[in-house]
Design a protein around this ligand. Structure first.
Ligand SMILES: Cc1cc2nc3c(=O)[nH]c(=O)nc-3n(C[C@H](O)[C@H](O)[C@H](O)COP(=O)(O)O)c2cc1C
Length: 276
């Protein structure tokens, strides 16, 4: 199995970190991966590194209950948008998830964080140019393998429902919104790609993505305004497609009203991109 597919299968959000420092060569490799990552827009996000528990503690906030609790990450990757827009957030999800999977491949632990961090402080620490926005952070390091930490990881993951994924038939439609899709009548390579897409992380594990499989393309739709989650699932789809040789590339069509009509989307669902 390709290394990226193995990383997609292995990745989990890890919320307790040990103090073992990450080798500088691995950190360099990750920052290089963020520069070389595939992107969706002409003005891609940048990824900045914050080092040291003292700094990462200044950015993380701990007041939203156990879900938000990510303990002692020695590093944070800070995702910085060139300016605020849904397209920029989509691209941030796309680029930073490629870095997350590269980190997983290198044996490192990660956890996306958008709910429990201080965006202003993150921006102050990494330094923002005018217009730039710190839109998400991602914990990075080696996991704390102690018994209590492993228990903490398992408990928070269960509380967040992170171990569950919706069945494929709930998130995929055939031709139009609401029409039953069956894996038996689909290209088996596409079915595999969709299985890897479904393993994508999403905020509070809401899995807000839906796919409409049509002849000639696959459409991605979001059922809530969550462009970062959209970009993350697009990264999984694109990486799995490359590994499994399912031809195509993403064409971003955020909020396209004509497509919404063509697919018969309900009001709460919005088109994001087409794979063709
Ligand atoms: C955009 C985004 C934001 C997230 N924010 C948080 C957060 O603030 N705190 C947290 O503990 N987990 C956060 N998570 C992790 C999700 O809860 C986790 O991905 C989901 O429950 C699925 O579990 P898994 O990543 O272990 O597969 C976030 C994930 C994503 C993709």
């Amino acid at each position: 199995m390709s290394e990226v597919l193995a990383a997609i299968r292995r990745r989990r959000s890890i919320r307790s970190y040990g103090d073992r420092p990450v080798e500088p060569s691995l950190l360099e490799q990750l920052l290089a991966a963020s520069g070389a990552a595939g992107r969706l827009t002409r003005a891609p996000p940048r990824v900045a590194l914050v080092s040291g528990v003292e700094q990462t503690r200044r950015i993380l906030t701990y007041m939203v209950g156990s879900y938000g609790l990510v303990r002692n990450p020695p590093y944070l990757l800070v995702g910085v948008l060139p300016q605020e827009s849904d397209a920029a957030r989509l691209d941030l999800g796309y680029v930073l998830e490629q870095v997350v999977l590269e980190a997983t491949r290198l044996g490192l632990a990660t956890c996306w964080i958008t709910g429990s961090y201080d965006a202003r402080r993150a921006g102050d620490i990494v330094g923002l140019a005018p217009g730039e926005v710190a839109a998400a952070v991602c914990a990075l390091g080696y996991p704390d393998e102690g018994r209590w930490s492993r228990l903490h990881n398992r408990t928070v993951r269960r509380l967040a429902g992170g171990h569950r994924r919706k069945p494929l038939t709930e998130i995929i439609f055939s031709e139009r919104w609401g029409e039953r899709w069956s894996p038996d009548q689909s290209d088996p390579v596409l079915v595999s790609v969709l299985k890897y897409a479904r393993l994508a992380p999403s905020a509070t594990n809401r899995q807000p993505w839906r796919f409409i499989v049509r002849s000639g393309h696959v459409a991605l739709v979001l059922v809530r305004p969550a462009p970062i989650d959209g970009g993350i699932v697009m990264a999984h789809f694109a990486l799995a497609s490359a590994a499994l040789r399912y031809a195509g590339r993403w064409e971003v069509q955020l909020g396209d009203g004509t497509l919404a009509q063509e697919y018969g989307l309900p009001k709460y669902a919005s088109p994001v991109a087409l794979w063709k």
